[in-house]
Ligand binder design. Structure first.
Ligand code: FO1
Length: 326
């Protein structure tokens, strides 16, 4: 048995792009994508799993690439009507996107697990690799700020990350179990690599690491463990990563990312712009591998996925899809 299975840990937008690249270059049975559910919440009676949605829409080609979340060619009739009826407007659900939340909510209420529902809905949209929530138990990210503790979506969407963050906790994580798919992937005999996608380390990857046993298991994995830095030249590629890192006292550069993943990661992929940090990353016990890390097109995603897998010594399909979409 060749050890070539790839386990990718992923949050929303940036992580989903690399996950799409990995899905393009690996046979589906060779890839498990585990997604953060710390952002999940209930809104107007519906169960929303934003990072799962972003990964599903990105891998199925349905995502709105400009907005970064939700479905392309969206309309907002239901939301407008809900507004007329006095329902909250701070979190927008498009008409097409609503279908996802309705289907998920109905099935959760009927007693199915989030894992089973995610696998089924992803399959319906033509996604091949295993797509797995980090847990079937509720874990809710809470951000402690100068204005008090905020539920994640209140902090992220309603407050646009404006309050200064003082700390983050993952409510429910101690009692939650890794989902069966996540736990099984960590124990696979044919596991060949762990990839940490360029998601926010604090908001998107830490919730997975907070699940009982996960951090210890990853720390003890004997396969190549590769993270892609979500910080390039001291700036976040997307979202509030840089602001949050600085508020939490971390260095806002690739060394800050390396320090955060110390003991869990062997190789950190950094952009050409951060080549000069290689020695400092080596001091933290990791090898820096330089590869273009800003994904603007489909071809960029494929190229970064190929570079990441090469760093992990995983062979990929010889014929790469190269068609780029800007
Ligand atoms: N992000 C926003 O900034 N505003 C929204 O109204 C919004 C709605 C939304 C609906 C469904 C969904 O799956 C995601 C949505 N997001 C929205 C994105 C999301 O809340 C965040 O980007 C992630 O939680 C962070 O990874």
């Amino acid at each position: 048995m060749s050890a070539n299975h790839v386990l990718a840990l992923c949050g929303g937008v940036g992580g989903a792009k690399l996950a799409a690249g990995l899905a393009a270059v690996l046979p589906p049975e060779q890839l498990t994508i585990v997604v953060n559910t710390g952002d999940d919440f209930e809104h107007i009676g519906l169960s929303i799993s934003p990072d799962i949605d972003t990964v599903v829409y990105t891998l199925s080609g349905l995502s709105d690439q400009v907005r970064g979340w939700g479905v392309a060619d969206e309309s907002w009739q239901a939301m407008a009507q809900l507004g007329r009826l006095g329902e909250a407007q701070w979190f927008q659900l498009g008409d097409r996107d609503l279908a996802m939340h309705l289907a998920r909510t109905r099935r959760l209420r009927a007693g199915e697990t989030l894992s089973a529902i995610t696998a089924s809905l992803a399959g319906r949209l033509g996604i091949g690799p295993a797509l797995v929530p980090m847990s079937d138990d509720p874990v809710r990210t809470k951000v402690s700020t100068a204005d008090g503790e905020l539920d994640f979506q209140r902090y992220f969407v309603a407050e646009q990350c404006r309050p200064v963050a003082r700390g983050i906790r993952f409510d429910g994580a101690e009692a939650a179990r890794p989902s069966p798919g996540f736990a099984a992937a960590l124990e696979r005999g044919d596991l060949g690599a762990l990839i940490v996608c360029p998601s926010n380390p604090y908001l998107s990857i830490d919730p997975l690491l907070a699940l009982p046993g996960v951090r210890e298991r990853i720390a003890g994995l004997a396969v190549p463990r590769v993270a892609v830095s979500p910080i390039v030249a001291g700036q976040a590629i997307k979202g509030p990563t840089a602001k949050l890192m600085s508020e939490l006292g971390a260095d806002v550069d690739v060394t800050g990312v390396a320090r955060h993943y110390r003991g869990l990661i062997d190789i950190l992929i950094v952009d050409e712009a951060d080549r000069a940090s290689a020695a400092q990353i080596a001091d933290l016990g990791m090898t820096a591998v330089v590869a273009p890390s800003v994904m603007r097109s489909d071809a960029d995603r494929v190229a970064l996925a190929a570079a990441t897998l090469a760093a992990a010594a995983i062979e990929i399909r010889e014929e790469l899809p190269t068609a780029g979409r800007e």
